[in-house]
Design a protein around this ligand. Structure first.
Ligand code: NBP
Length: 491
């Protein structure tokens, strides 16, 4: 079907924002038999997009219809409308909603925000727009290829709106074993919250892979190309995942300009757009120890200080001697350390969602969340099937680490994990996410932690009180620490 030749036919869906994600999602929707009206703030982008796809054909009556104004856009879509918005997260989403209302959109029109919006903004918008628009939030993961050929979609909002959106979302999402990688997650901001945690886990996953590479590169004589082979071999086992797969490709890539390994030419300063930070901040607010995710955010911040690190490298001493490890054994141990650390990072992400559902009044299905992450999204991995199985075995699992499969995997590999962290420390190679994941594991399995001493310190200097091991929880005591006669009082 010629996109331009059909531009008077009514559309079943509309999409606003023809950036990287929007232009690909539009084609995906049209590929599934929907006629889609498209609008972009900068009109030349719409015209260019339509001319690029003027010769495209779409099955089952699918097609594209370009609109110059929002009034034309609203008129082009059959009411009640489904409108997908893929613009920059933040004030742009509010602006688009207001403009849609001014252009004639009504309370029965579903406006799906597919950007990386902060979930509290989604809660606010859903509430404030009620009676004006049916505002709905949905995380979209998978980058441009995912958007084009099948993303993982994380919808949250009014269940009635979901009923109408569902056929489209199920059609365009990635499929694993024939099942769509989308499911209704809960009201208001639940979808965007789950997408945020997905991104936080993605930060941890990427940092852990980076640390595995950095340690092997630093303490062996393996080249990036050889390490590409190591990661390709890792991808053949329990670590099989999109991120490990692309890491193998990246490490084998030569710079077309110099012929050097491209990874040696790319400046080691990591960027970030905010979702990892939001996850870490929310973990701190909810008191959930998502340490590997927080370390991954901090590691990006450390990397960004390239000038400071370059100066410090000439001043600060590292370890004097380094033992030369047995290469093959280390490659195996690093694989085990990566897997154990990854299990902890995911356990932390799911713990965070567990706390969030209580805090925000949602009922999240963790097995389903792992299921819809199996395809389309950046953290897609074979391992997610194990998480789904764990939650199907025990619906109210207190922590993923307690599942029999994960507990067994870590028990079997922990010696290698500890050896890898020790070797990194001795060699002076920073592995903050490996080490913090291990500390998380050790802390979680410790019946006793030094918080008794900490509580004593708090009571000593600030009369913050303490509970006693020989008294029921919830009874608080204070000691007059410096009085000549020590006396404990219950407060
Ligand atoms: P792009 O930067 O490629 O495109 C941004 C779009 O937002 C453009 O269409 C732009 O229109 C529009 N826009 C802006 Br900016 N301000 C606007 C405003 N005030 N009113 C109307 N439109 C406005 O972004 P993208 O990468 O496609 O991302 C879109 C959303 O999807 C973001 O929330 C992003 O975080 C999320 N996301 C991105 C990815 C990814 O891999 N890129 C993955 C998952 C989610 P213009 O042409 O007139 O400037």
């Amino acid at each position: 079907m010629n996109a331009m030749s059909q531009d008077t036919e009514p559309c079943t869906v509309g999409l606003i924002g023809l950036g990287v994600m929007g232009r690909n999602l539009v084609l995906n929707i049209a590929d599934h038999g929907y006629r889609v009206a498209v609008y972009n703030r900068t009109g030349s982008v719409t015209a260019e997009f339509l001319s690029q796809h003027a010769g495209d054909t779409f099955p089952d009556g699918g097609g594209l219809r370009g609109c110059d104004s929002l009034a034309q856009f609203i008129a082009a879509i059959t009411a009640p409308r489904v409108i997908v918005v893929l613009v920059k997260a933040g004030p742009a989403v509010d602006a688009v909603c207001e403009q849609l209302i001014s252009a004639g959109a009504g309370p029965k029109d579903i406006v799906v925000d597919g950007g990386n919006s902060l979930w509290t903004d989604t809660i606010r918008r859903e509430r404030d727009l009620r009676g004006k628009l049916a505002f709905f939030g949905s995380g979209v993961s998978g980058g441009e290829v995912g958007a084009r050929y099948g993303p993982s979609l994380m919808p949250g909002g009014d269940p009635a709106a979901w009923d109408r959106l569902r056929p489209i979302w199920e059609a365009i999402s990635a499929k694993v074993d024939g099942e769509p990688c989308t499911t209704y997650l809960g009201p208001d901001g639940a979808g965007h919250y789950v997408k945020m945690v997905h991104n936080g886990i993605e930060y941890a996953d990427m940092q852990l892979i980076g640390e595995a590479y950095h340690l092997l590169r630093s303490v062996t004589d393996m080249t990036p190309g050889q390490l590409g082979d190591v990661f390709a071999a890792y991808n053949g086992g329990e670590l099989e995942s999109y991120l490990v797969e692309i890491t193998a490709d990246i490490l084998r890539q030569e710079d077309p300009v110099t012929g050097r390994p491209l990874v040696d030419v790319i400046l080691d300063r990591a960027g970030m757009k905010g979702t990892g930070t939001w996850t870490a901040v929310n973990a701190m607010e909810l008191g959930v120890p998502a340490t590997a995710i927080a370390e991954a955010v901090m590691a990006r911040a450390m990397s960004a200080d390239k000038d400071g690190r370059t100066a410090a490298a000439n001043v600060l001493a590292g370890p004097r001697t380094q033992a030369t490890p047995e290469k093959d054994a280390l490659v195996d141990s690093v694989r085990d350390a990566l897997y154990c650390s990854k299990i902890c990072a995911y356990a932390q992400g799911f713990q965070l969602m567990r706390a969030a559902q209580t805090e925000y009044g949602w009922t999240l299905d963790f097995g389903e969340i792992a299921r819809i992450w199996r395809g389309g999204c950046i953290i897609r991995a074979v391992f997610l099937e194990r998480i789904t199985e764990a939650y199907r075995r025990t619906g109210d699992l207190a922590n993923l680490l307690l599942d029999e499969y994960f507990a067994g995997e870590i028990a079997r590999r922990q010696d290698q994990w500890r050896e890898v962290v020790s070797r990194a420390v001795l060699a002076g190679v920073p592995c903050p996410a490996f080490a913090s994941a291990l500390a998380y594991y050790d802390a979680y399995r410790s019946e006793t932690l030094p918080a008794s001493l900490l509580q004593a310190q708090r009571d000593y200097f600030g009369a913050h009180t303490y509970e006693r091991v020989d008294q029921p929880r919830g009874r608080f005591f204070h000691l007059d620490w410096t009085a000549s006669t020590r006396r404990q009082v219950e407060v």
